[in-house]
Design a protein around this ligand. Structure first.
Ligand code: B16
Ligand code: MG
Length: 213
């Protein structure tokens, strides 16, 4: 299959900010007395901040929380998460990601980001990719997060490409579903690859180079 563009998820694909999401949600869950482990964390991948909080609060045994209290908890998690982001540098862009992005660009493919995160511009800036991508669709330009395909459809439209000509790269089962619902082929790494959610399930992003000749 010949693709014209590749749309990358950000957290857990381009860089390992998924670990910072985990640490920040874990700290909040511990404070609330909610059981939280890595398997449960996988359910939050690709899902918006408020939907992630909703999933955590399903396990909360305390009294019902008002909307303002929930908004404050989401903000507390985000502040903690952003403290990790501000410590990132270009050293946090994995070498295999950098070499893969450069190889795909050299082949003339258009490259975009399709992320549920409202922190995407900050992350891209921190790791030195602020100006790299041809299009960035993120949590600030969508109304529905993954598994809805909106963010990938936005990225494809920004690139001027049809979904069937784009390959989506994801680490989240929700993101793989979003890609398939939108009419995209999907390559998975990490948790989504282990779940067999993609058309291709890879151990590393470098494997992309072989299917994108
Ligand atoms: P924020 P992705 C997603 O990013 C994360 O996987 C998910 O854990 C997070 O809740 C969501 O972004 C919203 O992020 O709180 O930074 O706006 O994987 O789609 O790049
Ligand atoms: Mg992700």
């Amino acid at each position: 299959m010949r693709y014209r563009a590749v749309i990358f998820d950000l957290d857990g694909v381009v860089c390992y900010t998924d670990e910072y999401h985990y640490l920040a949600w874990k700290a909040l869950a511990d404070k609330l007395g909610v059981p939280f482990d890595r398997a449960f964390n996988d359910r939050l991948r690709g899902v918006s901040r408020r939907e992630s909080l909703r999933l955590i609060l399903e396990r909360y045994a305390g009294p019902a929380l008002a909307e303002a209290q929930q908004a404050a908890l989401a903000e507390e998690k985000n502040a903690l998460y952003r403290r990790y982001l501000h410590q990132m540098t270009s050293a946090d862009l994995p070498a295999e990601v950098k070499s893969t992005l450069d190889a795909l660009r050299a082949r003339g493919l258009k490259l975009a980001i399709g992320s549920s995160s409202k922190n995407a511009p900050l992350i891209l800036e921190r790791v030195g990719l602020g100006d790299f991508f041809d299009a960035v669709a993120d949590g600030s330009c969508i109304t529905r997060s993954k598994p809805d395909p909106e963010v990938f459809l936005k990225a494809a439209a920004m690139l001027g490409e049809r979904p069937r000509d784009c390959l989506v790269v994801e680490d989240a089962v929700s993101g793989a579903k979003a890609g398939h619902t939108g009419g995209f082929a999907v390559a998975c790494v990490g948790a989504a690859a282990r779940a067999g959610a993609g058309d291709h399930n890879f151990r590393s992003v470098t494997d992309l180079v072989e299917i994108l000749e």
